[in-house]
Design a protein around this ligand. Structure first.
Ligand SMILES: [Zn+2]
Length: 254
């Protein structure tokens, strides 16, 4: 289902990502000449604790080849707020939930199964960044931290897109977690955790705008109740296998 971000400022727009060859593509970032999207289950798991490591590695490598890149830069995601710059596909994955790069020909990837994949690009496409924002990362403002790292490093004006992830339609949380999130996010953000739900899309959009992003595209595709063929951590019992899909962002060479 589609779900609009509440009290949407004009800079935030819900625009469904388009399915093309088994991949969901961001219309906004694709229109800038970038390779930007989210895999579906047809591409297999991109990173989880049960699928054999070599299978995941092959899935990522096949995807990179299909997209015209030599590999995909990944980080060990730990639901934290660390942001790293990468200049190549790292042999040893840095421990971080966001990374950015200022070069062509490098594909950045974050895996997710309900957490929000945040894709950020400078308007000229020269500086690109990705973040993995679940409730922990969002409450730690990982999206803002990524944008700050990119703009301080010369990213200039930036735009962003939020990929398929669990929507406010499905993301229920208990009072204890709501209290912790509200405390971390600070005054003025109580509405994001109202009614026993955490609106991850609105929270990340708000953080991106506050950090200076001029335009935010929200895919509006819920991994839990939407029709896209993607994994959902919350909905993992409804599918025989569990895995994660990968959000990707890169600028081709040339
Ligand atoms: Zn939903």
């Amino acid at each position: 289902m589609r779900y609009r971000v509440r009290m949407t400022p004009s800079a935030v727009r819900t625009r469904p990502w388009e399915l093309e060859g088994g991949l969901l593509r961001s219309p906004l970032l694709s229109s800038m000449g970038l390779v930007a999207g989210f895999t579906t289950r047809a591409f297999g798991s991109m990173g989880d604790t049960t699928t054999p490591r070599e299978v995941q590695q092959r899935n990522r490598s096949d995807l990179a080849t299909l997209l015209g890149f030599g590999g995909v830069a990944r980080a060990k995601q730990v639901h934290g707020d660390e942001v790293v710059q990468v200049t190549d596909v790292p042999a040893a994955w840095p421990e971080a939930d966001a990374m950015w790069a200022a070069r062509r020909g490098l594909l950045l990837g974050v895996v997710a199964a309900d957490c929000v994949p945040v894709l950020v690009a400078s308007e000229d496409g020269d500086v690109l960044g990705v973040a993995h924002a679940g409730w922990r990362g969002t409450s730690l403002a990982i999206a803002s931290r990524l944008v700050e790292a990119m703009t301080v490093s010369g990213g200039g004006t930036v735009v962003a897109a939020l990929g398929p992830s669990i929507g406010p339609c499905c993301y229920t949380i208990d009072d204890e977690r709501a209290g912790l999130i509200a405390e971390r996010l600070g005054p003025g953000n109580e509405d994001l955790v109202a009614g026993g739900r955490f609106d991850l899309w609105a929270a990340n959009a708000r953080q991106l705008l506050a950090a200076g992003v001029t335009s935010v595209e929200v895919s509006g595709i819920c991994t839990r109740c939407g029709s896209a063929d993607v994994w959902s951590y919350r909905g993992r019992d409804s599918h025989p296998e569990y895995g994660t899909c990968m959000a990707f962002l890169g600028r081709p060479e040339g």
